[in-house]
Write a protein that binds this ligand. Structure first.
Ligand SMILES: [Zn+2]
Length: 434
């Protein structure tokens, strides 16, 4: 952390004092030349325990995909600065039903010293550092998820990073323009990542923290696998209350939103070696501790509206799922500090999640319970409803276990049962466990 702070002081403090060197005419990167820039990124060694925050460093890194520095784009990835993001539905860090307009080619302030791009403002540092993470994630898409980056690109186009858009929240027909201060989000269905202005209270700003960026990227892997690349919005006119499956049904389910968050946290662990997703930005407190799934101890029985142990609503379901996955990872004797092994595990997991989504949609959602009163009205439920949620969780876990190779089911079942217990993973859904 100290390393980073010092670097930032050097960057922002000394540059104005050395105005001469800052304002010299820029050299230009030649076409085809790999771009190397000073960015904030993860240190190469994983934390010695996954419950700890990773460490960060400031220094030169080479981009794999981005080859157009002035527009910050490359194969499969681009960035737009500014613009308006109109949000109709916000589910945690996922914006369902959101539309982006405008946005410009980024204004990057830098100088080039011995071939290395040196950002000249905190905004340029943020753009370069966040794009370095996205560049690495897209470049390793195949390796971490089994999804071919080129096939993905042909089917869906580029991933787009929206840098500090103005956000328009559209609630009950009233538009409220506001500038978010401390977050990053995934715009479901559009394969866009929105990064907002940083706040003074963040240590490593959320908008370029590799732990947060990989979490948001995890949502796009979940969308591709679980939702088969089609994240759909619920529309009352298209709801068929007689059917178990209609547009947006699974997307709105409290349990599925939780599983999506847990999967995204697990992707972040795979990327960084740490399950302590938030402390590096937000400091240690009760909220950041309860997301730290390596260390959290609550179980499914103890979460809910008045829970003292986990107040994060559907995120708590996700934390239990991520914890069970980590238990399995350890149970299979994988090394938590070995990035290659973590990626291999995630590649298999992504395939299982894809298979699980397909099973739940099969035969018009025959496996699913009836949708609840909120969902048939396309409404998001913020709190747990035991009656509905336990059935949805049960069928999800049943389909998830059925999607696993037979040899792995025993271990998964024992870990899922120990986290979700008799009410989260009731006996009637455990048929394929034995
Ligand atoms: Zn999220």
């Amino acid at each position: 952390m100290k390393k980073y702070t010092t670097a930032l002081v050097l960057l922002l403090g000394l540059c104005p004092a050395l105005m001469g060197s800052c304002s010299t005419p820029q050299e230009r990167k030649k076409a085809g030349e790999k771009i190397t820039a000073d960015v904030v990124s993860l240190s190469s060694s994983a934390p010695d325990s996954p419950g700890k925050s990773p460490s960060f460093e400031y220094g030169p890194k080479t981009f794999a995909l981005i080859d157009d520095l002035d527009r910050l784009r490359g194969a499969g990835l681009s960035l737009l600065q500014g613009g308006d993001l109109e949000v109709f539905e916000k589910l945690g860090t996922i914006f369902g039903n959101a539309f982006f307009v405008g946005g410009k080619t980024p204004v990057l302030e830098y100088r080039l010293t011995e071939g290395v791009v040196k950002p000249k403002s905190s905004k340029s540092l943020a753009m370069l550092s966040s794009m370095y993470q996205f560049d690495s994630l897209v470049n390793e898409l195949d390796k971490i998820s089994g999804i071919s980056a080129s096939e993905f690109r042909t089917k869906y186009g580029d991933f787009q990073v929206l840098f500090q858009p103005s956000i328009v929240l559209n609630a009950d027909g009233e538009q409220v323009r506001k500038y978010e201060t401390t977050n990053a989000a995934y715009v479901a269905g559009a394969r866009q990542f929105a990064l907002f202005k940083t706040s003074d209270t963040e240590k490593i700003p959320l908008s370029f923290n590799p732990q947060i960026i990989s979490h948001e990227f995890g949502h796009s892997i979940f969308e591709y696998s679980f939702f088969d690349g089609k994240y759909q919005n619920c529309s009352i006119a298209e709801v068929d209350a007689e059917s178990n499956i209609f547009k947006g049904r699974l997307e709105l389910e409290y349990i599925i939103r939780g599983i999506n968050e847990g999967f995204a946290d697990f992707v972040s662990f795979v990327w960084t070696g740490s399950s302590n997703i938030l402390e590096s930005s937000l400091g240690q407190n009760k909220e950041t501790d309860e997301r730290n799934f390596y260390l959290s101890t609550f179980d499914y029985e103890s979460i809910g509206r008045d829970s003292a142990e986990c107040k994060g609503q559907f995120y708590c379901v996700g934390t239990l799922f991520a914890k069970a996955l980590l238990d399995v990872y350890q149970g299979q004797n994988f090394d938590m500090r070995n990035a290659e092994q973590r990626k291999l595990f995630l590649r298999n997991l992504t395939g299982n999640i894809k298979n699980t989504g397909a099973r739940l949609r099969a035969n018009d959602g025959a496996a699913l319970p009836e949708p609840d009163d909120d969902i048939v009205r396309c409404r998001i439920r913020q709190f747990r409803d035991s009656f509905t949620d336990e059935k949805v969780l049960g069928v999800f876990l049943k389909a998830f276990v059925e999607s696993l190779p037979a040899t792995e089911r025993g271990l998964y079942c024992s870990k899922l049962i120990s986290r979700f217990g008799a009410s989260g993973f009731p006996a009637q859904y455990r048929g394929s466990c034995s």
